[in-house]
Design a protein. Structure first.
Length: 202
């Protein structure tokens, strides 16, 4: 078991706080490359995972889908992830930008969620110390999944709620956000991703 930091979007942080978000997704890295000999995509396992017992490489099937066991991925079941997020200090109290609350859930009225007017000087998420984090997530499952294979259930688990009336509109909105965040892994290419399901530790 490893303890690692994870950065989530503002919407996901709020969803975790409300108990509604139970999953996140990242591009499979390093990005798979095309193997001319087999005519399929090939994923090369990172050195650290090879040492843990994973195979050196994995070939996609004829549909471009991978079946990669968790041992080869960055996150594995049982890992504990502590959430890094933008914050500032008020005395010895940590206030979080996502919702203007402290670690106890108390709302600080002087700090608007996301600080839309840019009043305060927030510290970057990566500078948050582990002991200051308010959320710890235990990984339950890791699944390799092509982006366009997402189900409505997957999206709700990642977003915490339905974001549109129709499934098509919900998917289109999700793919637009994906492209804004991961320009090197455009949705149109149906990139290989890792879906991580988790539970929030009390």
């Amino acid at each position: 078991m490893s303890e690692l930091s994870i950065i989530l979007s503002t919407a996901q942080i709020r969803g975790v706080s409300e108990g509604a978000v139970a999953s996140f997704r990242r591009p499979l890295q390093p990005a798979p490359s095309f193997d001319e000999a087999s005519g399929r995509k090939r994923w090369i396992t990172p050195d650290a995972r090879r040492k843990a017992g994973a195979k050196a490489e994995y070939l996609a099937d004829r549909h471009g889908r991978f079946n990669i066991p968790p041992i080869a991925m960055r996150w594995q079941p049982g890992d504990v992830l502590w959430v890094s997020e933008p914050f500032l200090m008020v005395g010895k109290t940590v206030i979080f930008k996502a919702d203007g609350k402290d670690a106890t859930g108390k709302r600080w009225s002087d700090y608007k969620p996301e600080d839309p007017d840019g009043v305060h000087k927030w510290k970057k998420a990566m500078t948050l110390k582990q002991e200051q984090s308010r959320f710890r997530l235990r990984v339950i499952k890791c699944v390799s999944q092509n982006l366009l294979d997402c189900t409505t259930g997957n999206l709700i688990a990642e977003r915490g709620k339905r974001t549109a009336v129709s499934e098509k509109d919900m998917m289109n909105a999700y793919l637009t956000e994906w492209n804004d965040r991961y320009e090197k892994f455009p949705a149109e290419t149906n990139p290989a991703t890792v879906r991580v399901d988790f539970e929030v530790l009390k």
